[in-house]
Design a protein. Structure first.
Length: 146
């Protein structure tokens, strides 16, 4: 049996639950932040002696590292020149150098769309009293930045 006080408590409680449901339905949706489409993280492509003649596809922001290994045998050092990009506006060299053992390295950053070539050349450096053949071995990779 309901008493007068229980009736008085039930009515505001019911009204409060209904009002809360009404507010929940009528409230505008929370604003969602605008997210730009995600770009894949920049990648780093490593090229070596074995990549001569290869083509690579890059995105702007990617890096290309070239590691060429020289050779030394019987008083002759077969040494690489520091790799160069034909179009420095497409692939900008950010580091590079050569080692006393004939190796060479360089890092390039893909700046903008285009096609360019990375090149280096291996030639012989003789020790005193030795003679080198006059052969120059080219190394070349085609790089396309999309």
């Amino acid at each position: 049996m309901k008493t007068e006080s229980s009736k008085r408590l039930a009515l505001p409680l019911a009204w409060g639950l209904g009002a809360a449901a009404l507010v929940a339905v009528a409230a505008p949706a929370a604003a969602q932040p605008h997210l730009a489409p995600a770009r894949a993280a920049a990648k780093r492509v490593v090229l070596t002696n074995a990549d001569d003649g290869r083509s690579v596809v890059l995105a702007a922001g990617d890096d290309v590292e070239v590691r060429l290994t020289g050779a030394r045998s019987q008083g002759l050092t077969h040494a690489w020149s520091v790799p160069q990009a034909k179009d420095a506006d497409t692939l900008r060299r950010t580091a590079g150098g050569a080692s006393p053992g004939g190796g060479a390295h360089a890092v390039f950053h893909a700046e903008k769309q285009g096609v360019t070539t990375l090149t280096a050349a291996r030639s012989c450096r003789p020790d005193p009293g030795r003679v080198c053949p006059t052969v120059v071995v080219p190394w070349k990779v085609t790089a396309e930045v999309r």
